[in-house]
Design a protein around this ligand. Structure first.
Ligand code: GLY
Length: 390
């Protein structure tokens, strides 16, 4: 017997139940909107792999000053965001105001860190230069060869898995409806996005659709080519080790470095987990954990903190960052009425979760981006907006 497809209507349909889709749905529901999320596995995705560094200052890059303002705004909102989310969900999310130490292992690294320090100071950010000895005084497990470092007391961490779980509960308590299925195709009626068709044929309809599918956001069928977000997957392999109680405190803050041109970071959680990340690989949709990836992460982490070889290795995993051409997110209305984007957060999805929720709530209620997010309009990538005046 053939199945008669159902149709379900809501004010807002969020396609993708990762942390960005969840926070968008939660904030929209708090504004009184009837919200549905379509995702086979809400709370899954990149948050299950990410280390959860809130690294607005240590991950500052040249040419990304506009993104910096959004990153800093989101980092500042974290304490209140966490307090509200923990109160609403009844779950802890592992937020630690522990700070970060970025260290240099050789003269090239030290020159690179000096430049980063100068850029941070020019950008009005707080960071302090330390000698190698001062670094080791702060973190005695550091290698004797550490040549200096930057102490950044404002770059904290959260546990993304617990964050995702708490957001699912907060959404449920705010009345968000979950549809556990893949969105196969965007429905467009006339000149408007009106919903999606799920893989099982069920049709969900809504006044507004938010595409928040992480690295998959560019693959939804039916989205007009000029509106499809230019988002690509960037693979990150991440390891989880465990610090036995006898070794604690192993590290008191996040420790990171650039070793032979690759980022390596060690993020110590309160529960004894030590997250070591991450590779950055342009390999399409591949999420294989490779011997080479694990080897390079352990080799680089071992150069920073030799004692890690004593720790049990408890998990290896790879995820996909949703990268955009300028490494900044795509937020807000598209050229297709009724369709909004909340994607392309690349390395900053966890950090940008609070501000993305706030921005998308404004978009869904008012139809336009608030000032703090105007630079992140998806229209910046459309052919029309790039045309030069004659
Ligand atoms: N923000 C850390 C990473 O993407 O690896």
């Amino acid at each position: 017997m053939s199945r008669i497809p159902e149709t379900r209507a809501s004010d807002v349909l969020v396609v993708g139940g990762g942390i960005i889709g969840l926070v968008t749905a939660w904030r929209a529901a708090q504004r009184g909107l009837a919200v549905t999320i379509a995702d086979p596995e809400p709370g899954g995705g990149a948050a299950q792999v990410a280390a959860g560094m809130l690294a607005a200052v240590t991950e500052l890059h040249y040419g990304e000053q506009t993104l910096l303002a959004l990153n800093v705004a989101s980092a500042q909102r974290y304490p209140a965001f966490v307090a509200e989310l923990e109160e609403t969900s009844g779950q802890r999310v592992g937020y630690r105001a522990c700070g970060t130490l970025a260290v240099a292992l050789d003269a090239d690294d030290r020159a690179h860190l000096r430049e980063l320090h100068a850029l941070q100071r020019r950008s009005g950010l707080a960071s302090e230069w330390l000698t190698g000895r001062e670094c080791r005084r702060l973190e005695p497990m550091l290698a004797p060869g550490v040549r200096g470092g930057l102490r950044v007391d404002g770059d904290h961490q959260v546990d993304p898995r617990r964050l995702a779980s708490a957001l699912v509960t907060a959404c449920e308590r705010a009345g968000v409806v979950f549809r556990h299925g893949w969105a196969e195709r965007l429905s467009v009626t006339g000149d408007r996005a009106t919903g999606v068709v799920l893989a099982d044929g069920e049709e969900l309809t809504a006044d507004q659709v938010v595409l928040a599918g992480g690295s998959l956001s560019g693959r939804l069928n039916g989205v007009p080519a000029d509106v499809l977000p230019p988002v690509r997957p960037v693979k990150g392999q991440v390891l989880r080790l465990t610090v036995p109680p006898a070794y604690a405190p192993f590290l008191s803050r996040t420790v990171r470095a650039v070793v032979r041109g690759s980022d390596v970071y060690l993020v110590p959680r309160e529960n004894g987990e030590l997250v070591v990340g991450a590779t950055s690989e342009e390999l399409g949709w591949d999420t294989t954990v490779t011997a080479g990836g694990v080897y390079e992460l352990l080799r680089d982490a071992h150069e920073l903190v030799p004692g890690i070889t004593e720790l049990p290795l408890t998990e290896t995993r790879a995820g996909l960052r949703p990268a955009s051409p300028d490494n900044a997110p795509l937020l807000g209305p598209t050229a297709l009425p009724g369709l909004h984007l909340a994607t392309g957060h690349h390395r900053n999805g966890v950090l940008l979760t609070p501000v993305t929720g706030d921005v998308m709530a404004v978009v869904l209620v008012s139809g336009s981006l608030p000032d703090e997010a105007r630079a992140f309009t998806p229209r910046r990538f459309s052919a029309v907006s790039q045309e030069q005046p004659a």
